[in-house]
Design a binder for this molecule. Sequence first.
Ligand code: KIV
Length: 272
Amino acid sequence: MSATTGEIKRVTTHVIQAMKTRGEKIAMLTAYDFSMARILDEAGIDILLVGDSASNVMAGHETTLPITLDQMIYHAQSVVRAVHRAMVVVDLPFGSYQANSEIALSSSIRIMKESGAHAVKLEGGAEVEESIKRILMAGIPVMGHLGLTPQSIYKFGTYTVRAKEEEEAQKLRDDAKLLETLGCFALVLEKIPAQLTKTVSESLEIPTIGIGAGMDADGQVLVTHDMLGITKDFKPRFLRRYLELFDAIGEATKHYIADVKAKDFPSDKEQY
Ligand code: KIV
């Protein structure tokens, strides 16, 4: 993993840790396919997350629950083929690790072996301790995920900010420490109060990567389709849109349809 491709150094868990140590923020985005992963990697993204948000943005499901391990591996293979520099982390999908640590390990091994990814991510703290231990013992780097954990949406009932009350905030602080002690190399904090992110990030050696968790996380992650404005109607407060691609692609498509109907495409120069 520390090999170089041309002049481009591969981002590893050690590189990620060094970024936190020297105060450099970590930039992470999701990717699910070859073409997008290639663009994001060439732009210099540090970590590409093959998120189970693929269930929403790629497959159109309402939640992340339906996506399968086979489907995650398919997306991960496509991303890994495109990437020269970024670290590729793959979500263990719902049902692929919760039952017991043996299942968690075999799901993780399938991801690593069949996709060539560099690490796995899973949701939860003390509840998944045994699974994390077993995956780490096999030499597979693990990224944790606390706060709003979308695989538990039917337990939470809503996608609102988590850990606003002290009891839940304390459990999150305890879980974050536990994940670090177990050996996770980084931790996603999703949709929690900014002050809690600050406290947790300052208390840990390993980096935190926030989404809707404020400016004091050691890095930030967004779902690429949200950041590029492909998902038109999803506009939470934490989301900054860098493009409005839904509208731009729609306009380009209308232009193409008009050209075809008007017999303006293809032209003389666009045929053999
Ligand atoms: O699946 C996903 O995209 C994620 C990020 C939101 C962190 O888990």
